[in-house]
Structure formats: structure tokens, C-alpha cells
Design a protein around this ligand. Sequence first.
Ligand SMILES: Nc1nc2c(c(=O)[nH]1)N[C@H]1C(S)=C(S)[C@@H](COP(=O)(O)O)O[C@H]1N2
Ligand SMILES: [Mo]
Length: 226
Amino acid sequence: MSDSDKDPPLDGALKEKLIAAKQRWAKEGRLLTGATDPQHRNRLPPGQRQVKDWPVLDLGTVPRLEGQEWSLTVDGLVTTPLRWSWDQFMAQPQVTLTVDMHCVTAWSRFDNRFVGVPALHLLEQVMPRPEARFLMLHSYDGYTTNLPLADFADDDVLLAHNWEGKSISRDHGGPMRLILPKLYLWKSAKWLRGITFIDQDEAGYWEKRGYHMRGDPWREERYDTD
Ligand SMILES: Nc1nc2c(c(=O)[nH]1)N[C@H]1C(S)=C(S)[C@@H](COP(=O)(O)O)O[C@H]1N2
Ligand SMILES: [Mo]
């Protein structure tokens, strides 16, 4: 039996992150926001300007998903693939976070309060296999985008369905979209319908068209300049 056969399904680092996150969420009233993080005192990443409205950006096809038509499928390199109906999704643990959003088109919007299911909770359910290192997100409009598992596996990543106390509107990705504040917003897939765990990075819709494979706004990873 090789060492990897004995690996626990949820690797140690991921498990520690999950436990630490749960402890933080458990502190009542705790909202995660750059405002409370001294390292983000300068909240505007390089080349960004602050906006107060929330612009809509997408491929132009806005899916209409009524209750029964919606599901989320998680598959690929996971121990327990899953498919959640809307009711099953809404029955998962929920967290409220206040986060900043940074779009590659140079606008940033501060203090957006989202409610949703933590990505770490989803990871705990599906248990990525040790060889899983990236994710491909699939959306109802045909959009795709890729992510490192390390960026998805963090306590500020949400499968979000509510913004500022209201269901997320259709044009902003309702009924459910990803919110991953650490990367440019094109990584936060709207109308999310599937997540596939993969071992090697693959380019999604914009990444095939010259956008950066990771997209960290603090490093200004807008385009692949190679
Ligand atoms: N499904 C889907 N998700 C998507 C997109 C898209 O076209 N389809 N566009 C991305 C891009 S390029 C941006 S900037 C943000 C915009 O989100 P917003 O319209 O809510 O501001 O959504 C991202 N998620
Ligand atoms: Mo974008």
C-alpha cells in the first residue's frame, strides 16, 4: 500500500482551515471584511477605482431558472460527488460575509454583504481527492472559469444567494453565484450549475481569451502577458 492510499480523504491543511473558519464564524456578529483587516488598510488594488453602483457584466444571456430547473452538481476528483436541488442547497449551513469586489474592468465595490453556503462546507461534503488541485466552474449560460483549489478553499468564499438582504437578482447571477473576493470578479461565476475538480489547470471562457489563469487583483494579474 503506497502512502497516498492511506491519505485521509480531506487533507490535513484543508481540515485545519475548515476548523479555524468554523471557530471564526461561530463568534457571533463576526463579519469578514477588509475593513477589519489591518493588512488591507489600502483597500483599492492597483489600477482600480471605487464605484457605488454595481455594474452588470456577462456574455449577455441571462438564464431564467425556476425552482425545479436548478441544481448544483459537484464531480470530478472528489470522494463523494453530489447534486443539490434548490431545497437541499438552501438546507446547508449559511454564512453572512461582507466583502469587497474587484472587476478586471477597473471598478471595485466595497462592503457587499452576501449570504450563502461556505465553499469550505461544500469541500467537507465532497472531500476532494489528494490529486485534485484545480476546479472548473460551469454556469447555466455556458460560461466557464477555472480556479486553484487553494483559492476556493478559503473562509471568504461563498455559494451566494442573497445580497444586502435580498435574493441575488437574475442579472447578477441569481439564484446562486460564486463569490470569491480575493480574485477578480470574472472568477465569481454567476448562475453556477457545476463544479468539476481536476488535477491540472485548464483555461475557462475568458482565460482562453487572454485573461490571467489566476487573477489576483493585488498583483494586478489581469491578462496573461506571456
Ligand atoms: N455565468 C457567468 N458568470 C460570470 C460572467 C458571465 O458572463 N457568465 N461574467 C464574469 C465577469 S467578466 C464579471 S466582471 C462578473 C460580473 O458580475 P456582475 O455582473 O454581478 O457585476 O461576473 C463574472 N461571472
Ligand atoms: Mo469581467
